[in-house]
Design a protein around this ligand. Sequence first.
Ligand code: ZN
Length: 318
Amino acid sequence: MNSESQGLSGLKRVLGDLPGARPGGPLCVVTAGIHGNEPAGVHALRRVFATIAQGKVPLQGRFVALCGNIAGLERNARFISEDMNRVWSKERVSALRASDPARDNSEQREQRDMLAHIDADLDDPHGKVTHLDLHSTSSIGPPFTVIAGPGASRAAANHLGVPLLLGLDSVIGGTLIEHMGNLGHSTVLIEGGQNDAPSTIDHHESAVWLTLEFAGVVRSADIPELDALKARLLAGADGLPHELEIGYRHRLEPEEEFRMLPGYSNFDDVVEGQLLARSGPGFEIEVRAPWTGTLLMPRYQGQGLDGFFLGRRSTRAG
Ligand SMILES: [Zn+2]
């Protein structure tokens, strides 16, 4: 038995790999724990694989789940040397492939191994590929999705029904969804809620099932309690905008002290000039909202160079 209250130890890269009924069918790849302080996705995937095994749920395609930052997950640290969700640009991936593994830092070792698995999985004969990357946030808030690449990912994100953030790729480079998008696949990141909240595991579990459905890997009729899984994911998103465009990233310097004012959550409305955080030596510098919009992913943890983001309701068509 896996206890979800225990820390994660003895993790392997491959959390599960189930073949489909026939070769050449659709492929669904789910990744979890790219950030080591976000264990909920790993717990959720364990639940889904257990349910499939117990219920003998038939698969129409292949379902692969990979673990991201194993060393980080074991220490409950977002990362050891560098953020593993900023290293997937074309340039960084090519540089990693060309570099000496003996010189890898902790995240490069993890990325090299993960890349080998992704390459091998995509090399296998397969039809349509759908990728889902499971994340969570240090602040509380409802689940939402992020896409970075071309339009193909939008349908996969909309299938989950929670608010969709557009334009992250214009403020953050090198995410894993950027890599999968560069390869032409549908790829969605979901922020499931607060890092250690039990509901975040529930949200991720729902999102995995719905993505398996979207991918054509599991038939709707074969998913146990599909309606309840959907309702659980949508419950927190009532009244929120369907799509938001990210327009601002409050970027931090590597050693910069930064502290959000207490009490902010994802999707809080803020107005231009509102005091959001303090930074610098002695936290003497006031950080105010540069414009009126929606606060996203305020940082309530010690690591990472993203203080917060601001979004506005999307005006993009479709
Ligand atoms: Zn994350």
